[in-house]
Design a protein around this ligand. Structure first.
Ligand code: SF4
Length: 374
């Protein structure tokens, strides 16, 4: 590949084109974060980013020359994709992007508002010039950094083409933010989020279920609800904590200092959060680590439905909850209703009973199993 790519992107940007603007995260201290493995943060020079964009443009033109061989076919025929894969596999990423519409771009890495606003605006303008049909350009940013930007700087970025900012809010509970070394306070989360909205940008806030563990789950749920209700972002995206070796929090987990919530605890925490949440945000549960993927919809209209999903899980018998957790974590179930498929249900029951007969603690098994996904 003749242009640089970063390691991560939000699930909702899986089909976007990735343009790396900075490298890694300027904070890089959060105890739960697997993202950049303590690599050093740097801002890429604007000329270097522009050179990458021009390389991408060249690849777009090459892909389009393949498409011209399929005259008369509508859009981007699958046969063209297969031909590119056989003849120039290095074009596949760009080809797939165009195949999926070629409308969205995600700027990597973890905190691009850290770049001087004029420079980021220059990148955005150049990107829009090279790809005039792009409709959405998004980025990750930290609330703390958004606080340091003036609304007029954020407006400048919007005018240059930025559409949406994804923020890892994680929690609105100050003792937990401090414990996890998130480097931001609840008040700064609110200030940063409101500034982004005031600038006319779309705002997406990520919540990390389970972050409070057994010690702080109530404070995490209640204060996160408070902070999100004050910000009222366009999107609230749900994620769930997973712990594995290599993440700083793993040490606290091993020492017994941080006790993770089991799936029943996660559902109770999510319920407390939603009972206290208000506003007009659209809730998205787009991560495979979330226990209840069907918790999704408009907070203004679908809150009873979303709370109903949590109640459906919590009102099942202990055996059925264990069956669902296991099936969900092993990728056998996606939704609660999948348990009605007796073939799937019995498959999971077989595993559950075997673990029980072997004397395994299912909650611990699931905690460690989840770590495979981060
Ligand atoms: S600010 Fe975000 S990317 Fe940076 S260390 Fe924390 S969670 Fe990871």
């Amino acid at each position: 590949m003749s242009y640089e790519q970063g390691p991560i992107r939000p699930p909702s940007e899986a089909e976007s084109l990735f343009v790396r603007v900075t490298r890694n995260c300027p904070w890089n201290k959060c105890l739960f974060c697997p993202a950049y493995k303590r690599k050093k943060f740097s801002r890429r020079p604007v000329d270097e980013i522009k050179a990458d964009i021009l390389e991408m443009k060249k690849e777009v033109d090459k892909v389009k020359s393949y498409l011209s061989k399929f005259n008369g076919a509508d859009g981007f025929p699958r046969e063209a994709l297969e031909l590119i894969y056989r003849q120039e596999p290095e074009l596949l990423q760009i080809a797939l992007w165009l195949f999926r519409g070629g409308k969205n771009v995600f700027l990597q890495d973890g905190d691009n508002l850290n770049m001087p606003a004029e420079k980021l605006a220059e990148v955005l303008t150049f990107l829009r010039e090279q790809f005039p049909t792009v409709e959405r350009i998004t980025t990750y940013a930290r609330s703390k950094t958004a606080c340091r930007r003036s609304v007029s700087e954020l407006k400048m970025l919007k005018d240059a083409g930025l559409t949406r900012v994804h923020i890892g809010l994680e929690s609105g509970h100050d003792p937990l933010l401090k414990y996890m070394d998130k480097g931001v306070t609840a008040e700064e989360h609110v200030e940063g989020g409101l500034k982004i909205k005031e600038a006319g940008l779309s705002l997406s806030e990520y919540v990390l279920l389970g972050l409070g563990g057994r010690a702080m789950w109530k404070g995490h749920a209640l204060d996160t609800a408070k902070v999100l209700s004050r910000i009222d972002p366009h999107y609230i995206r749900i994620r769930t904590l997973a712990i594995r070796e290599g993440i700083p929090l793993y040490e606290q987990y091993q020492a017994g200092e941080f006790e993770p919530l089991d799936d029943d605890g996660l559902a109770l925490e999510e319920k407390l959060l939603f009972e206290n949440l208000s506003g007009s945000s659209y809730v998205v549960s787009d991560h495979m680590l979330n226990l209840l993927e069907e918790v999704q919809g408009s907070l203004a209209h679908d809150k009873p439905f979303m709370l109903g999903v949590m109640d459906s899980y919590l009102s099942m018998t202990e055996e059925k909850r264990a069956n669902f957790s296991l099936g969900r974590r092993m990728g056998i179930y996606r939704y609660l209703r999948d348990m009605n498929d007796m073939g799937l249900f019995n498959q999971v029951e077989g595993v559950r009973k075997r673990l029980r007969d072997e004397g395994k603690d299912i909650a611990q098994f699931l905690t460690e199993y989840k770590g495979r996904y981060v």
